[in-house]
Each structure stands twice: as structure tokens, then as C-alpha cells.
Design a protein around this ligand. Structure first.
Ligand SMILES: [Zn+2]
Length: 492
């Protein structure tokens, strides 16, 4: 995600936080779980019914006796315990006042005997399925769901606004089994509170004919019948599936070495420039980090409370942002295709790993593309000053400031604190690392980090190991000093 904060503790702060191939995918996808979802939108596209099948393959190296699924729309219930938007942005997101979003599960069945199914937490946003017998490694189970979804009236990832209907994090998705336990973090207003394994998706969406669909994946089939449009999408080895509807969309596209780059927009007099920025981002990041392994990339203008948001093969760019900031958000969100999309990480615990690196990738973009007239040195100088101001302010008001980086997003007291530690300090960490080991070894390290962890989950240790391997240096102390909060960044 790209957060644009305007006020920090009442002080106006005007800066914006700037600062493989088809065969591989086919081979990887054979081992993955598959989600097959059929969605029928109601007339106003504010709610829908869905049937979903998950062919879940146990890719863990131990048998599983329980399975867990996230039901993120539950956090959009009015009065939900888990927050979907911070106090600073609530009125902006819910511009028409409170509005309820929900998922109502009508039925769940499984291809094996189930001991018990339980909804957890006050919000009932986690479904636990206890199996009668363990699911062995490489064994599969089929889960079938029928449910209805209510989309709230709000400018969020999941919500409808004046221009677009954003349908993301809308379906039951398997929780990740990580080091002997499931990651069951609820939705949170800080950051992108999502964490999932790559899987295959076969999604069919039926909408009134007037709507255009932008989505993850490749369109496979398109039929029109009696005022309705049904489109089938296929996506292999992606971390999630999301789509956006609008009856206002125009679309322009360009094919870049087999990748169809599409820009969906309304009210954009510079649409060609926005498409060109998307293309430049794709080309630059492929050169810097490695191939983009999918065949579509959709950049979608949308009503959205934050600057932008990343999903596999698709990014949202807020219509609330304009000019150079709009361009910057496009670059940032496309960088996420490498850091979050292909290389995943637990965004609830190591949010700096994708956000910090994505911010620094944006800076690398400007270094490679001088025609954008953004001075990378100035970005670093500005964010160094801003970070020092943040530390000074928090210290003077609260007496101390926690600058540790590996914190759960729910453990940041305020949204500004989350943004400064994750985006700004994260960006500074990567910049200092590059200065320390040198450009060549740094870029080789990123390439190695990308190829070693593609379609998998990376941890800070994986990043450190890639950088140590290409630099030949012991970087433990370097990273610890940043992550543990011991480093002092001085405003010069
Ligand atoms: Zn981001």
C-alpha cells in the first residue's frame, strides 16, 4: 500500500512518502492449491452471491489436523473489533457515513470427515476446520462454500464509491501455516494486514453488461447474455485475487515482451503518460530484479482512501492523488509485484521487508529514469530530515520512541508511527545498506533475494543471507542495529 499522511501529531508535513517465464509458472502451479469461484453480482453491484471450491494441497512438511480461513469482510461489520481504517482517515473512507460490509457463509462442506467447524474471535473473521483425520503432506482436501457478500459504501480496498467498486479480500482464503503455527492476524487499519501462499485461481464473474472488469489474471472467456456479462479469469501461482468494476472505465494497453500492460481510468487527461509510467516501471524493475513472470499487469484508477494498493497482476491508484504523486504511486505499487507479489512476506510482522524495499525500489526507478526529473538524493535528504523530526517529536511528547522494525502492525500505537518505521526507516535502511556494500553487490543481492524466494515466503533472514552472499560480508550487526532500533539517524 502507499500511505499519504498529511499531519503528523498536528504538525503539517507536506512531503509524500516517496520517497521466470510461462514454463516456470506452469510447473510451479501443478503443486499449488486451486480456488475456483463463481460470482454473480446483483444489479447495483453492491452485493453478490458466490460458490467457491478450494482444492487445498498440504504443501507443509507435516500432517495438518486443522485448517483455518480468513473471512476479511467480517471486519467491515459496523462495530467490528478489528479496524479497517484509522481515525485520521475514517471520514474520508466512509464519506457517506457508516456502511456495513459482510460475508455470510450459507454452507461449508468438505471432501473428508470434519470433526468441528468454528468461527473464531468476536468478529467471527476466522473459520477453523478441525479434521477427523490428519491431512498428510501432499494430500489434498476439497472445501466447498456458498456465501453472499455485502460490499460497504466506502473508498477502501473492499468498498464501492462514486467511480469504482473495489472487490478485494472478499473470499474465504486459507491462513498460512508458518513454523508450526497458523498466522491468524485479523484485519488492521495499519498497513496491508494480509499474508497468503501462492495458489491458482479460476474465477468467473457475472455483472451487468455496462460494467468493465479489471482484475488479477488472464481473461479466458467472455460471454454476453440478456444484459449480463460473464467473464472467466485464470491466474496461476498468484498470492491473491482481486477485481475492480466500473461503468466509467476506459482502457488503453500496450504489449511489452509478452506482458499486456493495461491502464484502466476515468478523468485522466494524461492517460498515455500513466500507461507509459507503468511500462517504464515494468521494464526498469525487470532489469533491476528479474523477470515479471505473469502475462498481464493492470493499473487501475479507483476511489481509494490511501494512495494505492497492490494485488497480484493488478494495482489500484487512488483518484485522490494527482500530478507527480500519482506517477510516484504507480511506480511504488508496480514495484510491489516483485516485493509482496512474487516474493511474499508476512506483511503483519515484517511489513518493512516489502514496504521499505518497495520505497527504495521507487528511488532506484528515478535513478534509472532521469526524464522523470526526480532527484533521488533529494528524496533521501528529505526523508532523513522527516524521520529525525518524527523521532524528536515522539520523544518530546512521549518521552521515548520505539523504533524497532519487526513489530506486528497491530503493535504500532499510531498510523504515523507505522508509516515512519515501515516506509521511511525501511527506505533509509536499504539506502544505507547500498552505501555500505556498494551498488553492484547490492543489486546482485536483490536479484538473488528475488530468484531464491520467488513464489515463496521470505523473511528478513532470507534478505540478509542474499546480501551476505553477494557482498561476502557479515551483515548481522548491520541489520540488527536497524531492526532492533539501535541505529541513530542524525539530521544533518
Ligand atoms: Zn506499498
Amino acid at each position: 500500500m502507499k500511505k499519504v499522511l498529511l499531519t503528523i501529531l498536528g504538525v503539517f508535513c507536506t512531503f509524500v512518502f516517496v520517497g521466470c517465464g510461462g514454463n516456470t509458472i506452469d510447473n510451479i502451479s501443478k503443486k499449488l492449491s486451486t480456488y475456483t469461484i463463481s460470482i454473480t453480482m446483483n444489479e447495483d453491484c453492491h452485493s453478490f452471491n458466490a460458490k467457491q471450491k478450494i482444492n487445498y494441497i498440504n504443501n507443509e512438511d507435516e500432517a495438518l489436523t486443522e485448517l483455518y480461513l480468513h473471512l476479511y469482510p467480517k471486519s467491515f461489520n459496523i462495530g467490528a473489533e478489528s479496524s479497517v481504517v484509522g481515525v485520521l482517515n475514517k471520514n474520508k473512507a466512509y464519506y457517506n457515513g457508516d456502511s456495513e460490509g459482510d460475508i455470510n457463509i450459507d454452507s461449508v462442506t468438505a471432501s473428508q470427515d470434519v470433526k468441528q467447524m468454528t468461527y473464531l474471535n468476536k468478529d467471527e473473521d476466522i473459520l477453523r476446520i478441525e479434521l477427523a483425520s490428519p491431512l498428510a503432506t501432499r494430500d489434498n482436501i476439497e472445501l466447498n462454500f456458498e456465501y453472499s457478500v455485502v460490499i460497504p459504501n466506502c473508498n477502501h480496498r473492499f468498498g464501492y464509491g462514486e467511480n469504482t467498486i473495489n472487490v478485494a479480500n472478499f473470499y474465504p482464503i486459507m491462513a498460512v501455516y508458518d513454523n508450526g503455527e497458523y498466522a491468524l492476524d485479523s484485519y488492521h487499519s495499519n498497513g496491508d494486514p494480509f499474508y497468503s501462499d501462492v495458489a491458482n485461481y479460476d474465477i468467473t464473474i457475472t455483472v451487468p453488461e455496462a460494467y468493465t472488469i479489471a482484475s488479477t489474471g488472464v481473461e479466458k472467456k467472455h460471454t454476453i447474455d440478456n444484459g449480463s456479462k460473464t467473464v472467466n479469469y485464470n491466474a496461476k501461482a498468484v498470492r491473491d485475487f482481486a477485481f475492480v468494476l466500473s461503468d466509467k472505465f476506459e482502457m488503453i494497453s500496450s504489449n511489452i515482451d509478452g506482458v499486456e500492460v493495461m491502464y484502466y481510468y476515468y478523468d485522466d487527461l494524461n492517460a498515455e503518460a500513466s500507461l507509459q509510467t507503468s511500462i517504464d516501471s515494468l521494464i526498469t524493475f525487470e532489469e533491476l530484479f528479474g523477470d515479471y513472470p505473469y502475462s498481464t499487469l493492470s493499473v487501475v484508477k479507483a476511489n481509494f482512501v490511501h494512495g494505492g494498493m497492490e494485488y497480484p497482476n493488478m494495482v489500484l491508484i487512488s483518484d485522490d492523488v494527482d500530478g507527480a504523486d500519482y506517477t510516484n504511486v504507480i511506480i511504488h505499487e508496480i514495484a510491489h509485484q516483485w516485493w509482496y507479489g512474487v516474493v511474499g512476506n508476512n506483511e503483519c510482522v515484517n511489513s518493512w521487508l516489502d514496504e521499505g524495499l518497495t520505497e527504495f525500489s521507487t528511488l532506484l526507478f528515478y535513478e534509472k529514469n532521469s526524464s522523470y526529473n526526480v532527484d533521488p538524493a533529494e528524496i533521501i535528504s528529505n526523508i532523513t530530515k522527516s524521520y529525525a523530526t518524527f523521532v524528536d517529536l515522539y520523544t518530546s511528547i512521549l518521552g521515548e520512541v520505539d523504533t524497532t522494525m519487526n513489530r506486528n502492525i497491530a503493535d504500532f500505537d499510531t498510523e504515523p508511527e507505522y508509516v515512519y518505521i515501515t516506509y521511511v526507516k525501511g527506505n533509509l535502511l536499504f539506502n544505507t545498506l547500498r552505501d555500505y556494500i556498494g551498488q553492484d553487490k547490492f543489486i546482485k543481492g536483490l536479484k538473488k533475494y528475488y530468484s531464491d524466494n520467488a513464489f515463496d515466503i521470505a523473511t528478513p533472514e532470507d534478505l540478509i543471507s542474499a546480501m551476505e552472499s553477494t557482498s561476502g560480508m557479515d551483515l548481522t550487526e548491520f541489520f540488527n542495529s536497524w531492526i532492533d532500533g539501535k541505529i541513530k539517524i542524525i539530521d544533518k
